[in-house]
Design a protein around this ligand. Structure first.
Ligand SMILES: Nc1ncnc2c1ncn2[C@@H]1O[C@H](COP(=O)(O)OP(=O)(O)OP(=O)(O)O)[C@@H](O)[C@H]1O
Length: 308
């Protein structure tokens, strides 16, 4: 478990992390989201004691990181995948790390397999692709079989197979009861991995919620349904967590049910549909709406006007 309370970091007169409080709970993946420069990496560095907070505190399993005698068993982290000596092999790098904690060689082989690095285990890390470097960083994070896993933008630079691998790996780590925190600036990607979301902008907490609640609150999980029997269908779809609004006599906006479930209910009752459109693509837009006033680096509008 990671617990941040009123965590604050200032550089000169700039407040980069601003009284941030949140909890990363065991047994689930928590997405840590924010636009570029929001303060995600700084927060993660404070979790690991690499930066000292200006005020407030953050603990890992009840203690500050530096207070743990064997921190690799408490939290495994990937912050900067390339912070590995390029002349070392993957096995060499992991073995050196393992020795700092008395972890046996068998565990090194296990994490190499887990990360899919078996065929390059003895190659120089300097020759690794970005994706292989990410995999090595994740192998290192898992070496101590930690209760907490924290990864900064782990999906960056990975091919689709790598992305799928990370997604399944993180879900299985959470299913084993670990607390998993992963940072990203992509809402749609995060929503596919995480159950919980912590969203920050300019160092401040903007949302601390479940992915489901975020999707429901923003209406991004809605499905547009067209039918000549819209009123009858509206009654058939009603349920405790379902919201159905009628746009007109032939069109409904449904949230709380997937398109597939709506299609099945309609079929079961012989209601013909002429449209069934999930509106999920706007998840990224909802995230942008939430963070738009909090952007540290904003792109200039396409017409060349100044952004501010
Ligand atoms: N050592 C430092 N000295 C001064 N300013 C810093 C320092 N480290 C970070 N910052 C500033 O703190 C802000 C937050 O940076 P941080 O890297 O934590 O954001 P981030 O959310 O991880 O962004 P990104 O998604 O781009 O990695 C930025 O404005 C950055 O310039």
């Amino acid at each position: 478990m990671i617990e941040a309370r009123e965590l604050t970091k200032r550089y000169g007169d700039k407040t980069v992390v601003d009284r941030l409080s949140f909890t990363v709970k065991p047994g689930e993946v928590t997405g840590f989201l924010g636009p570029n420069g929001a303060g995600k990496s700084t927060t993660m560095r404070m979790v690991l004691g690499l930066d000292a907070p200006t005020a407030g505190r953050v603990t890992v399993n009840g203690r500050a990181y530096a207070g743990h005698g064997a921190p690799l068993h408490e939290i495994g982290a990937l912050l900067e995948a390339k912070s590995v000596h390029p002349g070392r092999s993957a096995v060499g790098h992991l073995t050196a790390l393992a020795q700092t904690h008395g972890i046996d060689r068998k565990r090194v082989d296990e994490v190499i397999d887990l990360a899919g690095l078996g065929s390059v285990a003895h190659k120089r890390v300097g020759a690794f692709s970005l994706g292989m470097g990410q995999r090595l960083g994740i192998a290192a994070a898992l070496l101590g079989d930690p209760e907490v896993v924290m990864l900064d933008e782990p999906v960056n630079g990975l091919d689709p197979e790598g992305v799928l691998w990370i997604r399944n790996l993180l879900k299985s780590l959470a299913a084993e009861g670990r607390a998993v925190l992963l940072s990203s600036h992509l809402m749609s990607e995060t929503a596919q991995i995480a159950e919980h979301l912590i969203v920050i902008g300019r160092g401040r907490l903007l949302a601390d919620t479940t992915v489901d609640a975020f999707v429901r609150a923003t209406g991004t999980g809605s499905v547009k349904v067209g039918s000549d029997e819209a009123a009858r269908l509206q009654a058939l779809l009603a349920g405790p967590d379902v919201t159905v609004t009628a746009s007109d006599e032939t069109e409904l906006l449904v949230s709380g049910l997937h398109a597939r479930e709506i299609g099945r209910i309609a079929l079961r009752h012989g209601v013909a549909l002429h449209e069934l459109t999930p509106l999920g693509a706007s998840l990224e837009e909802a995230f942008m709406d939430l963070t738009t006033d909090e952007l540290e680096y904003r792109s200039a509008p396409a017409d060349g006007r100044s952004a501010r």
